[in-house]
Design a protein around this ligand. Structure first.
Ligand SMILES: [Zn+2]
Length: 89
């Protein structure tokens, strides 16, 4: 069985290989931290399609903030932007 994850931008379901995983890690010594999971990362996750449209939607609708119920650093958005741009080429 293929498990599908929901993109926080467009809301469509995709296989996790097609999505970027963003994780709220609670195992950080400085408290909760939002990270972009490249590989395995423990914590509560949210998923985003690898395209700019979905990122913009998520950013505008504060979907990450809602998914994690905390503030998301601009740095995370900047890194995500770099990632979606790379994968669109
Ligand atoms: Zn999407």
């Amino acid at each position: 069985m293929i498990s599908l994850r929901k993109c926080i931008g467009c809301g469509s379901h995709k296989v996790k290989e097609d999505l970027i995983r963003i994780v709220k890690s609670s195992r950080n010594s400085n408290g909760d931290k939002i990270i972009i999971a490249e590989g395995y990362a423990e914590g509560r996750g949210a998923y985003l399609c690898k395209n700019e449209k979905c990122l913009k939607k998520a950013e505008k609708g504060k979907k990450l903030e809602r998914a994690f119920s905390c503030k998301v650093n601009l740095d995370i958005y900047n890194r995500l932007e770099g990632m979606v741009k790379n994968s669109e080429q």
